[in-house]
Ligand binder design. Structure first.
Ligand code: S3P
Length: 177
């Protein structure tokens, strides 16, 4: 691992892969802080992601993500950071993520993802018709990007939050001690 001294776990993966729910539990187990980039952006901007996309556009939101990562760079320690699903798409962001800590990709197949995202209204990229096609197309493009960014890939299909947390703990503690 490039940055042995930074005690952080960075969770990446597609929407609905469980980054937030796993991250909260993982932080509890490690007695680390929990932070979530979407929540931080909403708080800073004083608006929801849906509205930021609708009013300012996706590019604006993506710039907020990059700005936030840059801000976190010098100070993040003993933290589990859950990241918005689009963050690893920018090369600049990928470099920062890898520098921030131990990057874990929570991988979920199409069926699991669709089950978790059905009826969701909080994610602007998934609104409108044919959720299945959208998810399929995006997973195809993004999966290799998530894989090349991560230090560790964890398959979440058919696993409980508890099991996923244990798997991450095991590999992370091996890495830092
Ligand atoms: C996005 C994922 C969302 C949020 C925004 C865009 C994406 O976060 O950042 O809707 O491009 O995958 P989650 O992955 O937490 O749902």
């Amino acid at each position: 691992m490039k940055n042995k001294l930074k005690h952080n776990i960075i969770l990446i993966g597609y929407m609905g892969s469980g980054k937030t729910s796993v991250g909260e539990k993982l932080a509890e187990r490690l007695t680390y802080q929990f932070r979530d980039t979407d929540q931080m952006i909403e708080k800073k901007a004083g608006d929801t992601i849906n509205r930021l996309f609708a009013v300012q556009g996706e590019e604006y939101f993506r710039n907020l993500e990059t700005d936030l990562l840059k801000e976190l760079m010098p100070s993040l320690e003993h933290t589990v950071l859950s990241t918005g699903g689009g963050i690893p798409l920018r090369e600049q962001n990928r470099k920062i993520l890898i520098d921030l800590g131990y990057v874990v990709f929570l991988k979920a197949n199409k069926q699991t993802t669709l089950r978790r995202l059905k009826g969701d209204s909080t994610r602007p990229l998934l609104q409108g018709d044919d959720l299945e096609k959208k998810v399929e197309r995006m997973l195809e493009i993004r999966t290799p990007i998530y894989e090349k960014t991560a230090h560790k890939i964890i398959s979440t299909d058919g696993r409980s939050i508890f099991e996923i947390v244990e798997l991450i703990m095991e590999s992370y503690l091996k890495r830092i001690y």
